[in-house]
Design a protein around this ligand. Structure first.
Ligand code: ZN
Ligand code: ZN
Length: 820
């Protein structure tokens, strides 16, 4: 008789997890995606790779390269700018190491630059190259931590310089004549983790790379760019915008994978707990993650739980240990917290304990996702959306060991985006929808970068093209001439001010200056906050997280640019509330669709004011809303908007009285979902809805970039308007609450106290706009396999554009700027 047990498939961590849960409506599991295992596909070493490099790699156990590595390396070797966009742990670094190291070995004058968004990554890369022990490579680090002596050596001798965009901007380019040797022989520029360059920072970096190409060209070199990216939508387009030249993409991943079971999880509603306006409250994501961590550890699975704040990390580890004390007291000591404040040695110790199995569970901040040297675990728990899809996969990629399937659990926070994801798996597992958005035409960013470029060498006509074309560049140059930064002569634009400008151009700022965040007890400078963002981020009474550590803000002095804070452990978090007015200025791309609907994109003037803040317990329970008297803040930015004739709304069944609440709810949800498509943070964008906007004369919903000059998020929203608003409608219509909650239409930063909000009215509004987009679109019906485009996916909205100008002001129901 055959033994039935022997032929049954082995029990996986997923099976055991599911067995412990209630089934049907009571289950928090909304979806299980079984990501298939994948066989690796190898390719032959390219003939041009020197034998000594192959030998060194074989000694490091790289026996044969994967197909995507060779495809990328071949293109780069042939002089084609290329981006490799494949999964976590697919071995992207070999893709650029092959062409770069081969060149350095073949031509002993050749040099290369390696740029990383974090120091930790640069250190890793340097270690990886040095471990190959190749003669004559002379790799060196050049970052903020490098001592002067080593900097001098790097400048004089290094052939592979491991650095970052800040050093390029502030040191290398302004002092280019001292870097003559490196720049004249520059063959390759590697841009690692290039999806990290987005928003204002990404826009600056794009222009720094153009400065690099310009200076290199003056010394007679034309380096090839090799970029590595997480999987994003349109990697070739994103990389091309970053470099400022066409880039080819390699996206077929040839590396093997053991597969994973990916669970989407929505925490249950806590009975008898009331949120704002009496909305239902769900159990918090960190609390849920703590339970999962404990149960997985009890099950013997080595598990990493990603939590947003350091405080949350410690809470999660404590809660998990407490739960284990009851179920498996012998394992209560095998869970720990792992966060940035620890010394490197403490962290290495924790990493080693985990690898050896002395520790089974770690709660960690997601800030560590790039620097942690931990892989090969059994399970990963993600407490909330980490901000980008790239980060989701980065964190999920920590699980997966040898040939056994990994378990990943994504726990939704109370937020429309998280909720949308757990109910629309296609948005996570389908074709990536998130683009790396930058806007190198932002006039504020451009002004700073052009003045830096002019100090490196005067600007001429050719540079106008390089930096974005005459339409974009000439008005900025004229401004710089008017403000006496530059002087125009027949041969071009020359810098007048002799002081080096780079020190005053902050790659992470939007030009409005910075507010210093200072510890009142130690007088230590903790960091800086963009001036425009200070009223919402560091207003008096705000709980401000610095590297995940909570501080309470004692005082904010905007004139002196100082916020005084004190380390604190309050039992609440704060959310700033603001109101805004928006006027449409300049020329808009506007498209009148059928059904009385107009959609548009263009420049706006925004006035924001922080009017108060809300205090909330970690459970989600609202304590109170306190008022604040903060000065107004003005912003020139860009916005995407739609306006609807009032008759269309009434015909669709919305009475006059319901219109403000319907628009307001649709606006909140739109702000909540745009990050899925634009890779921004919801705090990077703002919005406004109003029954009659003076510039359109109609009921209007506006979503704008919350930074001076714009960041490209609104433009991305306009490009994917149909997909974006389809997701918004699905999120609102699909939420199980009765009349609106934080998972659908309530906004944590609403300056109007989330009132009025009309959830079903919002669905009517969105349906009107979507129908109008459908009938006006010329493209074919959607690909039915694509879940994200579930409701029709017709791509871009506007084709027939006509300019429309306007000015004015407004604001009836507003959800604010660094708000909503
Ligand atoms: Zn809801
Ligand atoms: Zn609002």
């Amino acid at each position: 008789m055959p033994d039935a047990r022997a032929s049954a498939p082995p029990d996986t961590p997923l099976d055991r997890l599911l067995r412990r849960l209630p089934t049907g409506d009571g289950s928090p599991v909304t979806h299980v995606e079984r990501l298939p295992a994948r066989e690796g596909r190898t390719a032959d070493w390219p003939a041009w790779v020197p034998v000594e490099l192959r030998t060194a790699l074989r000694e490091r156990h790289v026996l044969q390269p994967w197909t995507h590595q060779v495809e990328t390396a071949d293109l780069a070797h042939a002089g084609v700018h290329v981006v490799v966009s494949t999964g976590t742990a697919s071995g992207k670094s070999l893709s650029y190491q092959l062409p770069v190291l081969s060149e350095l070995l073949t031509d002993d004058r050749a040099t290369a630059l390696y740029l990383a968004p974090t120091k930790a990554l640069g250190v890793d890369q340097l270690g990886s190259v040095e471990s190959l022990g190749l003669p004559g490579i002379r790799a060196a680090r050049y970052d903020g931590d490098t001592p002067q002596g080593e900097r001098d050596w790097a400048r004089e001798h290094a052939r592979l310089l491991v650095t970052n965009p800040d050093m390029l901007h502030r040191r290398l380019l302004p002092g280019h004549d001292r870097w003559l040797r490196l720049l004249r022989n520059l063959r390759f520029v590697v841009v690692d983790e290039c999806h990290a360059y987005r928003g204002v920072f990404g826009s600056h970096v794009a222009l720094v790379l153009r400065r690099l190409r310009r200076v290199a060209a003056r010394y007679g070199s034309a380096p090839v760019f090799v970029l590595a990216s997480a999987t994003v939508a349109d990697p070739a387009g994103a990389a091309g915008r970053l470099v400022g030249a066409p880039v080819r993409a390699v996206t077929e991943d040839g590396s093997p994978s053991a597969g994973a079971d990916f669970v989407l999880w929505e925490p249950p509603v806590v009975p008898d707990l009331a949120g704002e306006v009496g909305a239902p409250v769900r159990r918090s994501a960190p609390a849920e993650a703590a339970h999962l961590l404990a149960d997985l550890v009890a099950d013997g699975a080595r598990t990493l739980a990603f939590v947003r704040s350091r405080h949350g990390v410690e809470q999660t580890a404590l809660t998990a240990a407490r739960r284990l004390t009851q179920s498996r007291p012998d394992l209560a000591g095998s869970v720990a917290a792992y966060r940035g404040g620890y010394l490197p040695e403490e962290r290495r110790q924790l990493e080693r304990s985990l690898v050896r199995g002395e520790l089974l569970g770690l709660a960690t901040t997601n800030a560590l996702e790039l620097g942690v040297d931990i892989a090969g675990l059994d399970a990963a728990v993600l407490a909330g959306y980490p901000g980008t899809l790239a980060s989701v996969w980065q964190q999920a990629g920590r699980a997966g060991r040898g040939r056994s399937r990994a378990l990943v659990v994504f726990v939704a926070r109370e937020d429309p985006l998280d909720t949308y994801l757990v109910h629309h798996p296609g948005a996570l597992f389908g074709r990536p929808v998130e683009a790396t958005v930058i806007d190198p035409t932002n006039p504020v960013v451009l002004a700073g970068q052009l003045s830096c470029a002019a100090a490196e060498h005067h600007l001429d006509e050719a540079d106008v093209d390089l930096f974005g074309g005459s339409e974009v560049v000439l008005p900025v140059l004229e401004d710089l001439v008017r403000s006496k930064v530059l002087r125009q002569r027949p041969t071009g634009w020359y810098r007048v001010d002799p002081r080096p400008p780079a020190e005053r151009v902050d790659l992470r700022g939007s030009g409005g200056g910075q507010v210093s965040v200072v510890d009142a007890d130690t007088a230590r400078l903790l960091g800086t906050v963009d001036h425009g963002r200070a009223p919402s981020a560091v207003h008096p009474g705000a709980v401000h997280l610095h590297r995940g550590e909570p501080y309470t803000v004692l005082d904010l002095d905007l004139e002196d640019g100082v916020a005084l804070v004190r380390a604190d452990r309050p039992d609440w978090t704060t959310l700033a509330r603001s109101v805004s007015t928006v006027s449409l200025t300049g020329v808009h791309r506007a498209n009148s669709l059928g059904g009385g609907v107009t959609v548009g994109l263009g420049p706006v003037r925004v006035t924001e004011q922080v009017v108060g803040y809300l205090r909330r317990r970690p459970t989600g329970e609202v304590i109170d809303v306190l008022g604040l008297d903060m000065p107004e803040h003005e912003l020139s930015s860009r916005a995407v908007w739609y306006a609807i004739e009032p008759q269309s709304l009434t015909r669709a069944g919305l009475s006059e009285a319901r219109i403000p609440g319907a628009l307001h709810a649709a606006e909140h949800a739109a702000i909540g979902l745009l990050p899925l498509f634009a890779g921004c943070d919801r705090w990077d964008i703002g919005g406004l809805s109003t029954r009659v906007h003076p510039d359109t004369g109609q009921p209007t919903v506006i979503v704008y970039d919350g930074v001076q000059g714009g960041a490209g998020f609104a433009a991305r929203g306009f490009d994917v308007l149909y997909q974006w608003l389809s997701a918004v409608r699905a999120a609102v219509a699909g939420c199980g609450c009765a009349a609106g909650c934080p998972s659908c239409v309530q906004s944590p930063k609403c300056g109007n106290g989330n009132h009025p909000l009309d959830k079903s009215g919002a669905v009517t509004v969105l349906q009107l706009v979507l129908s109008a987009l459908e009938t006006s679109a010329v493209e074919a019906p959607p690909d039915p396999t694509d879940d994200v485009l579930a409701a029709g996916g017709l791509g871009t909205a506007a084709t027939d554009l006509h300019p429309e100008a306007g000015d004015g002001e407004d604001g009836t129901s507003a959800a604010g700027g660094s708000a909503a």
